[in-house]
Design a protein around this ligand. Structure first.
Ligand SMILES: [Mg+2]
Length: 172
């Protein structure tokens, strides 16, 4: 269970504040895209996301997009929100996280992975020795593999008391 436990859980990405990042001693953030920054396949981010990215960057945190989705989806999206990206990152394996870290100007001391899935984002962060914030998926989802992963997540979210509202859970 420890490998599936996020450092913290919140409802949506815009709930992550510079204060929380400082409290967690984070200096770089690796961001998921689908269901985290934007609806899957949509070009426009969720409301408030662009302002949040700008705020986090100007507060001094390094931010790179790290997604398992294809280049053709992730590159144009990253360009539009003004971030560098790694696509096809193969989370939960560490390859994409390592590629993302190499894109940072300075070597980070503490990296935070942010995403909506336990078996890719959180598990990957824990395997790589990084912190993580688990979000609630923001859009309805379709497809067999995501259905299976969400079914598997239910038990874990229940056990960790991360259900609808992330505020219920602050990890140790
Ligand atoms: Mg996602």
């Amino acid at each position: 269970m420890a490998l599936l436990r996020p450092t913290a859980a919140l409802e949506k990405v815009t709930d992550i504040t510079p204060e929380l990042l400082r409290q967690l001693e984070i200096d770089a953030i690796l961001l998921d895209v689908d269901n985290t920054l934007a609806p899957p396949t949509e070009k426009i981010p969720y409301e408030g996301v662009q302002a949040w990215i700008d705020e986090i960057k100007s507060a001094g945190f390094a931010v790179v997009i790290c997604s398992n989705n294809y280049h053709s989806r992730i590159r144009p999206f990253s360009d539009s929100v003004g971030l560098e990206c790694v696509a096809m990152s193969l989370k939960p394996f560490p390859f994409g996280f390592n590629r993302a870290k190499r894109k940072l100007k300075e070597k980070p001391k503490s990296v935070l992975v942010v995403g909506d899935q336990i078996y890719t984002d959180v598990l990957g962060a824990n395997l790589a020795g990084m912190k993580s914030i688990l979000l609630c998926p923001q859009s309805e989802e379709h497809g067999f593999t995501i259905y299976v992963r969400r079914r598997l997540e239910i038990g874990v979210r229940k056990k960790l008391k991360i259900l609808k509202r992330g505020e219920d859970y602050v990890g140790s």
